[in-house]
Design a protein around this ligand. Structure first.
Ligand SMILES: NC(=O)c1ccc[n+]([C@@H]2O[C@H](COP(=O)([O-])OP(=O)(O)OC[C@H]3O[C@@H](n4cnc5c(N)ncnc54)[C@H](O)[C@@H]3O)[C@@H](O)[C@H]2O)c1
Length: 339
């Protein structure tokens, strides 16, 4: 079942929804940044929840790991959380991924509500029920499917984001437009920065994701189309996390999208102007993005879970609005992209 989404202005509805859940306790989970930047706004929007207990974890992808999960579980114990406790995950995609995962297995599963505070989390990560942590350098290697009980989208949270983090959300919005239709794609390529932040566009982007999640919550078929850009994107991100200049998730995804669109040209005759336009979007909205790597740097991450005896499985685009999943790509074709 799809989780209800409450938008800015619907605070009373969210409170009524929460009250219907008859929780024994509500706990706020934030990272060090969202604790400082986002909890004050949360408290002003929801004064009746101001005094809820709080668990604070360190921020950033490097902390999306089992040690931090362990810390969350210990804190839940200290707070005597029971199976009717509800956790509010207040943060970006890292926080909803790890918070969702920690909740999904604590006492065999407690409920959580996602309150995304980045553009990327609002249009993508907070929704759809994939939770997880990174393990041994591999992205989202351990995880569960456990949908948030609800999501609350409040664009005022963007006010405290630095530019780099804010615009990294454009990558997933670009992917959604590619998966949608020609009209959405044409609109997106003409967007100015602030267009991406309008509630109308956030809803539209999320609605595209929902179409792929609905009916395939466990990622067995059409949902895999949402992996467009992510096979290479995750490998690039994982490698970058081992370097002195780690990429943000969205930065790795815009690179992954570009390379997977190049592969789509090769495998499906996708017109070359689509990868060219994606490259222009990258140059316009990710102007500072410079990351040098070779195929051998990302290969271990790519091959770890994607390779079988025939090749590497990916989701590729046939044309705008038509993605094929499970396409076997030859490793030498990928290698050639980077030579
Ligand atoms: N589960 C899914 O379906 C799904 C989908 C896409 C991405 N993801 C995951 O999402 C993560 C990326 O999410 P992200 O880009 O939001 O990164 P993030 O959660 O790491 O947030 C980026 C940084 O911004 C800070 N921050 C967050 N909100 C803030 C605010 N309002 N003001 C000031 N600082 C703030 C955070 O503390 C962090 O330092 C990755 O781990 C990725 O794998 C998950």
């Amino acid at each position: 079942m799809l989780s209800p989404i409450f938008y800015a202005g619907e605070e009373e509805n969210l409170l009524a929804f929460l009250s219907d859940q008859k929780a024994t306790q509500i706990i706020l989970l934030a990272d060090a940044n969202t604790n400082g930047f986002c909890i004050p706004l949360f408290r002003s929007l929801f004064p009746s929840l101001s005094n809820c207990s709080r668990i604070i974890i360190p921020q950033g992808e490097v902390n999306k790991n089992i040690d931090v999960c362990n810390f969350i579980w210990q804190e839940l114990n200290v707070l005597q959380a029971d199976t009717k406790t509800i956790v509010l995950n207040i943060g970006g995609g890292m926080l909803s991924d790890i918070g969702g995962f920690a909740c999904s297995v604590y006492k065999r599963g407690i409920e959580f509500i996602n309150i995304p505070t980045t553009l990327l989390a609002m249009v993508d990560a907070a929704y759809g029920g994939k939770t997880g942590i990174d393990f041994q350098g591999y992205k989202n290697h351990i995880g569960t499917f456990h949908a948030a009980k609800a999501i609350y989208c409040q664009p005022q949270y963007f006010d405290t984001l630095n530019e780099r983090i804010l615009w990294s959300g454009i990558a997933e919005m670009t992917k959604h437009a590619l998966l949608s239709n020609e009209k959405d794609w044409q609109n997106l390529i003409h967007f100015q920065r602030n267009d991406f932040l309008s509630i109308e566009q956030i809803k539209k982007s999320l609605a595209i994701k929902m179409k792929f999640v609905e009916g395939d919550e466990h990622d067995q078929s059409k949902r895999q189309c949402l992996n467009l850009g992510h096979s290479l994107g995750h490998a690039i991100e994982s490698y970058s996390l081992q370097t002195a200049s780690p990429l943000l998730h969205g930065e790795a995804i815009i690179l992954g999208l570009y390379y997977e669109l190049k592969l789509s040209e090769q495998y499906f005759d996708l017109p070359a102007n689509i990868s060219a336009l994606t490259k222009s979007l990258k140059e316009k909205f990710f102007a500072q993005l410079q990351f040098n790597f070779n195929y051998s740097d990302i290969a271990p991450f790519l091959l770890q879970d994607k390779k079988n005896h025939e090749g590497i499985r990916m989701s590729l685009l046939k044309h705008i609005g038509h993605c094929e999943h499970g396409i076997i790509v030859q490793e030498n074709h990928i290698q050639a992209l980077f030579s």
